[in-house]
Design a protein around this ligand. Sequence first.
Ligand code: FMN
Length: 321
Amino acid sequence: MIKIGDKVFNTRVFLAPLAGCSDLPFRLICREQGLQMAFFEMLSSDALVRKRKKTLSMLKSVPGDRPVAGQLLGSDPHLMLDAAMKMKERAEVEFIDINAACPVRKVVNNGQGAALFKTPEKLFSIIKILALKAGIPVTVKLRTGFDKSDTKALVNMVMGCEDAGLSAVFLHGRTRAQMYGGGVDYSAIKTAKENLNIPLFASGNILSATLAKKMFDETGCDGIIVARGAMGNPWIFKDINGFLKNGKLSPSPDKKQRIAVLKRHLSYIRKYSELPPSTVIGLMRKAALWYLKDFAGASSARGKVTPAQSYEELLTLLDKL
Ligand SMILES: Cc1cc2nc3c(=O)[nH]c(=O)nc-3n(C[C@H](O)[C@H](O)[C@H](O)COP(=O)(O)O)c2cc1C
């Protein structure tokens, strides 16, 4: 059991916020395979306040998709408070996370995402206003540094966030410069954890049950968030939960199981996506490529689905496999 502010969670393993990926179909598929707590995709505070249709559609949910948390990108405390209130109006979120980790150049050049690591006072003022006025626990997603791993700055950062009223830290064990590659700095995560009284969730290379356990063992973190490890592999949640409980590893799903779950994932995209048809078929092809791996003939199967132009065409191709 972990408490984030006044919210209690019966799991230590969450699905990470994943722009363009952690949508309703993906969350539902993961929940069917053992996921208990998920994030929506990251939302731009500005787009949410302006009620952009695409942004609002990202908050789509169904009763089976609970509990869930939201994440906001932004740098203006008042605009972010406005966005947090709008998010609360539209979705039943357990807490709201501030993205201080996104490494994308356009975002960073705007002073948002990972750029907030370089402007701690600005981040603290966002946390303060949200923690005081949003009426919901506030968390932050950080990296271990900007250009290079900087444990001293990281410790000052997490302690300052806690003092500002934060309820939990989500920490990706890579710097902004590393983007999504290179090693994970377990020791920086451990040091951050040792300097906090609020829960710390670790992120980075949680690609299997054994790597999940390694994260807990090496950092002493309270929880973990699974990101790329869940793409085309929603079974990872059951695997991790089972391995942490009884030390037993589950067998990998075979081709038949992969294709069956992929088909269900595609049916959820068809059912729930409110995006234009050309975008929807792109999402379907992306999901298909995630699942068609780790079996004989997977590479040729991927080549066949890449040009597919419709849901029906994809299903016919999958049935032939
Ligand atoms: C496609 C993609 C989208 C992501 N989107 C977000 C996001 O919107 N917000 C966020 O805080 N992190 C985002 N991340 C970072 C992940 O949440 C996670 O911290 C990172 O991928 C490290 O974990 P991993 O090595 O297990 O994938 C994203 C990562 C990927 C690969």
